[in-house]
Design a protein. Sequence first.
Lengths: 532, 362
Amino acid sequence: MKHLLTPRALLLASAIALAPAAFAETPADTLVVANDINDIISLDPAQTFEFSGNDVNRNTYDRLVDFDPLDMAAGFKPALAESWQVAEDGMSITFTMREGVTFHSGNPVRAEDAAWSLQRAVILNKTPAFILTQFGFTPENAGEKITFDGNTLTLSLDKPYAQSFVLNCLTAMVASVVDKELVMANAEGEDMGNTWLNTNEAGSGAFTLTSWRANEAVQLAAYEGYWQGAAAMKRVIIRNVAESSAQRLLLEQGDIDAARNLTPTDADALREVEGVKVEDQPQGRILYLGLSQKDELLSNPAVIQAIKHLVDYDGITGSFLKGMFKTRQSFLPEGYLGALDENPWTYDIAKAKQLLTDAGIEGGTINTSVRDLREYVDVAQTLQASFAEAGLTLNIEQMTGAQSLDAYRARQVPIYIGEWGPDYSDPNTNAATFAYNPDNSDEAMATGLLAWRNSYAVPEAMNEATVAATLEQDGDKRAQMYLDIQKQYQAEAPLIPLFQRIANTGLQENVQNWNIGGAVTSVMYHQVTKGE
Amino acid sequence: MAATDTDPGGRGQTPPPSASDRSAARRRRLRNIAGTLLSLALTLLGLLLVTFIIGRVMPIDPVLKVVGDRASQAQYDAAYQAMGLDRPLAVQFLGYIRDILSGDLGRSISTGQLVVNDIKRVFPATLELATLGTFIGVSIGVPLGVIAAAKRGGLVDQVARVVALVGYSMPIFWLGLMGLLVFYGILGWVGGPGRQGIIYDGMVPTVTGLILVDSLIAGDWGAFRDAFSHIILPASLLGYFSLAYISRMTRSFMLEQLSAEYVTTARVKGLSERAVIWRHAFRNISIPLVTVIALSFGSLLEGSVLTEIIFSWPGLGQYITKSLLAGDMNAVLGGTIVVGTCFIALNLLSDLLYRVLDPRSK
């Protein structure tokens, strides 16, 4: 043994081991994605509410209605439901299920499964359940309000909601149809299979879940029996790579097909690399300032107006947020029904000063906190500088994300800098949180509403308009209602939308039909192909 | 005629131990073992208590991680109760201890999985990396330190000093990225971030969780080469930082020994310099060196967070850090138990090695 471990033998062994491994490009039928997937905590569609978890469920489950990844502008289309009929009084919708669709288990997809899936989400009442319960479903009445009969499923609503509102909500991941028999076979006690579904799947989507290793990787395999035809990519591997520079290197080396968390610097560098392309797609997330109306200074309308002119929109999107965000001064992201594409405010310190002077404000100090994310801190620091020019002192304390959110939900952040991402593809998703707050008292504890978190007593007319827009059946009229709400919001609200996030995805040149779901949904892999 | 059994030189006739001596020795050994086990349990308990308290007093709300930003107050309250956070701290801690005694480390709120399963997955990744890193650190650092001391002021000494200085002062984050850029990006000598290439991902059956070992067990040489090409860069990086420390300590220990009288005597007796250094001086530094190596290994087991992040290495350091930031105390406490046990095991191992290396301790 002693003779075997001579320096020469060791050197030779090292040389063999260290010889460059054969780094083949990714296989033609495999899509390899680098993404930060640390946020996945559950894969149960009734519970999942994180970006990466929704990305997985988007591909492993189907819903009654869904988007066509190749025609997003068309909005929702029939999916597991072949057609639907709205009752004359608008109080119910009856769906007719598509025949011949099977779950990954081989079980047929029935109206019973669809009804049970929706009931289950309501009864479990996890975070995303509100997307369904806003139609009047409760754990107690779910069995009566969500019913099936043969091949049809009926939803009985508590109000005659706009058809588009209901159907948009049914494209959300919480409305995914799960395989009742398979899930119940794995249920523990009264959990309706929640524990099991947290780490397994029971869907009928284009892909099956092969494995999920938390903080490491998710592997999907194409479902050959998919009702829309099997996906071109037989495997999709999503590897957890948090660092942008590491994603860039992997893409340049051909070890991955898509890099999803690139910084603008890395994205720009990749644009110059041969064989690689960068696709920019707007996402739904809006970066905004929330001015707490508990703060005496910030509740002054003149200060609210002045602050809108103290943000250097072009300077910020042209420098440290370049490529990551674009200016967006309305609370609905581009791509939503009734989204207002007007950006009325400009960076104008003189105007801000004038507004303050006219209101008799000589100066003031605001102590606030900001989450320790680089882009938020950078925004806060530019605000600090422009506030100073206008005679206002802004003191900033940095906090972790969890600390900052805790304080915000407790209505303790004077100026909150953060992002809000839509929960579903209907304009109500943002209207109902930015422009709706029926009870502004501390006791109301409406922590889910941004208006409440900022102690913004939304005018009664705006509250009513927000509710009325959910009931308007005429699409054009409904769009106009949201335009009006946003205009009024821009004029007076203390929550100031600033920017809309843009996703920079680095792709191999041969990757076609990449779609991250735009502003309205999650990433879709079914249509992705890889050319030569 | 006082040759007694207390003769420290041992030159006198020692009478054979009687039956009562043997039983006393056995009792002593049992007492020692019991004492060691008790101190082990108390150390772990103390560690858990401190970590538990820190976890509960830090201003991070674990409930929000579970229910999310959009949750209503009712959902928040339900989760708060379901997680048992409404109980007094002491009750929570005792409940936790009762659970871990029955082998239940709870469920992680960051991954949604049982902490035991998470640790089974992340610990081997770290163990593999830290072991190879320490191997590299020791196999280069020790000879470098010895030679630097033997040729004090010489070229090797100067090189060792620069190597150590760079190792101490260079941010690991930067060095890791540069390493990736040069050896993976430009030269293509090593694999990129992650433990395995795509082709081999999930192909080797998990036996130990150590991919190098598992691929050898499976007889899959291709998977072994692939895993080696992925681990060699982060392990070298950790090994470099480890060798910076080990080489400086080795040098300092050696200098102390080389100035001792027995070394002068050995030289006067005409022993070769090689024999003086390796057979005499080095043997005497092996005891403190064991402690240094054990400490270095221990720190790599829990402290290589940045390396794990840069190289997308799903290890224990990253697991604990992320869990801590999410207020995921089950995961943090589970990781703490593993790290604590490792440190205690390394200390015990050092003690055992003392006995092997130092006849006096017998």
